[in-house]
Design a protein around this ligand. Sequence first.
Ligand code: KG4
Ligand code: ZN
Length: 365
Amino acid sequence: MTKTLTVLGLESSCDDTAAAVVRHREGAAPEILSSVVAGQTTLHAAFGGVVPEIAARAHTEKLDHCVEEALREANVGLDGLDAIAVTAGPGLIGGVLAGVMLAKGIAAGSGLPLIGVNHLAGHALTPRLTDETGFPYLMLLVSGGHCQFLLVRGTDDFSRLGGTIDDAPGEAFDKTARLLALPQPGGPSVESEAKKGDPRRFSLPRPLLDRPGCDMSFSGLKTALLRERDKLVDRDGGLHVQDRADLCASFQAAVSDVLAEKSRRAIAQYMALSPATPTFAVAGGVSANMTIRRALETVSAENDVSFLAPPLSLCTDNAAMIAWAGLERFRSGERDDMTLQARPRWPLDRGAQPMLGSGKKGAKA
Ligand code: KG4
Ligand code: ZN
């Protein structure tokens, strides 16, 4: 096996079309030679959420341009690559198919090996790309679509300690923003309103704190917020600017408290493994929230665990994490072939019980 590996990664499982080139020489720090992300926020803005058909069409249109740009920026041709890695799930099937088909086409045309990557593994292995974190470490994946604690023991060894049983926190932020007529994505707008508000004015619930373990629930929080909003509207005929700020601050405090307490419990389980260099890493768009980030930092410090938050561009959906996860799989001798399937559902922890959106087809995540 070559000591230096250069891998092209493709990502198209939700609403970001991305391509990236990552290089790694054994014994040295990994290098991101390029990371191109074409977002679709404006395409979905009028619909209040991601429309799968629109997303799939946009991926089909943009993917090859992103690949060209990623190769150009990296100053690498197909002949300078060792493998093609692609997100093969979980995600919106049209988008995942677009990526897998393109990756197969490039692999067939160039003769390069093909590697299918689990999108969640891409997020979960990011601390190794950014900080060369050693196993085992604890990971909180917290975004618009995911919320789970993962014990990462190896490139293909993940245990889910707990996760949301309904909405992901980012989704709850987005719905809260909609209920308060704030712009999407909701996270940044709710956070900015919350800065002007009183987090103690409304006592919103902290769901599932009374239950042992690391599972979470965020959908009731949004309903409680709706009730408070409606009470104010009934009483005053509308919402004052200060009411809205206080609602945002109270909502954010509730999410932050739940994530902090569940992190405390996940850290306790992780520390039972006596890790050599205890590390708690976070990824996903919600980790941009400063109140939440500070709360997680505090919990880590209290438990003598290093807190790690990769740069936001690598916390949110990107292809560098897919190239990296593919590179790690490739190094350990794994390969896929033209039978690689696009999988809308693909739980990382194969032994865990299905939870979020586990419909007839099995666990989504
Ligand atoms: O990881 P991401 O870019 O995409 C996926 O969901 O996969 O995360 C986007 C989510 C959105 O729901 C957005 O509202 C939330 O992350 N988000 C935030 C903040 N910035 C983004 N939530 C809370 N506070 C923020 N500052
Ligand atoms: Zn993601």
